[in-house]
Design a protein around this ligand. Structure first.
Ligand code: GDP
Length: 300
């Protein structure tokens, strides 16, 4: 995964140095932990996450499990792997479906994060799995957003519920509410609501998203975040957590070549799981997120 190319290379280099040692002295552990710390910070992982992570790695690396290991260096790599899995959320968390359909999934995030694209990806993925999704255009801020969702819906082969002229135009809360009634009447089993974003965190946008959340009581609120946003990731995620109390995270643009620290910070600082990863512009560039696989890719 390109996003973690540099981080992977740096960690590989660190471990290569470590492998030349037999027993590890506390000084070896310290210098290894320092290198890991630097590599993570350079990858834009949030300082608080880095501190917590390296603290745990250091403590375990100085303990008996490494001391008594046949191959101490290998054991340290294993510890780093396990702790990486932990900051990425531990075990895989699947999308939750409502006991009684329709399952309501609301998307929230900054403009350009990839929400509309994701709506199409998710719809296509669900349709392939024998669900009957309905896409809902509740982003009425950008003039072209409804149109864009319709294009994506067409590509996914999934219908789009959009405000009709004179009815609900400019009122995303009404559109969202009406869409649930429509889905219930027409037996769609999943409703995916695309909402408006702004370039930065903005009180009006957040209030609108919170109003939609309150009106439709979604089963999942997915916070969509561009893995390339770097150091802003934590503040943005916290603002959305406070504003809409999301239930899960979707990382987008993991195919990019930026540093990807967002990916390694957001689950940890919000305590919310990453549920999906988006890895390109076409509707098939999308997959459920597995913390262990991501950790392995980083440490490959
Ligand atoms: P929204 O404003 O949050 O609805 O974002 P859009 O869905 O319109 O996406 C913004 C831009 O990012 C578009 O040009 C998308 O094609 C692109 N995009 C979305 N997801 C990905 C991804 O996973 N990888 C890449 N490379 N581009 C993406």
């Amino acid at each position: 995964m390109a996003t973690f190319g540099t981080l992977s290379d740096r960690l590989a280099e660190t471990f290569k140095n470590l492998r030349t040692k037999g027993k590890l002295s506390p000084a070896d552990v310290d210098s290894t932990v320092r290198e890991i710390r630097r590599a993570l910070l350079d990858a834009d992982v949030a300082l608080e996450v880095v501190k917590d992570f390296t603290g745990k790695v250091r403590e375990r690396a100085l303990g008996d499990e490494v001391n008594k290991a046949l191959n101490p260096a290998q054991q340290v790599v294993q510890i780093v792997n396990e702790e990486l899995v932990q900051i990425l959320g531990g075990t895989q968390r699947r999308l939750e479906f409502a006991k009684k359909p329709p399952t309501i999934i609301m998307l929230a995030g900054l403009q350009g994060a990839g929400k509309t694209t994701l709506a199409g990806k998710l719809a296509k993925w669900l349709a392939k799995d024998n669900h009957t999704p309905l896409l809902v255009a509740a982003d009425l801020q950008r003039p072209n957003a409804v149109n864009q969702l319709q294009i994506v819906g067409g590509q996914a082969g999934v219908p789009v519920f959009a405000p009709e002229p004179g009815n609900g135009v400019g009122n995303p809360v009404k559109v969202a509410k009406d869409s649930i009634k429509f889905a219930t009447d027409k037996l769609y089993d999943t409703v995916i609501i695309d909402t408006a974003g702004r370039l930065g965190v903005d009180a009006d946008m957040m209030k609108q998203a919170a109003d939609i959340r309150r009106a439709v009581d979604p089963d999942e609120v997915l916070f969509v975040i561009d893995a390339m946003i770097g150091q802003d990731a934590v503040a943005t995620a916290r603002a959305f957590q406070e504003g809409v109390d999301f239930t899960g995270v979707v990382l987008t643009k993991l195919d990019g070549d930026a540093r990807g620290g967002a990916a390694l910070s957001v689950a940890s600082v919000t305590g919310r799981p990453i549920i999906f990863a988006s890895t390109g512009e076409t509707l098939d560039d999308f997959e459920p997120f597995y913390p262990d696989r991501m950790a392995s890719r980083i440490l490959d």
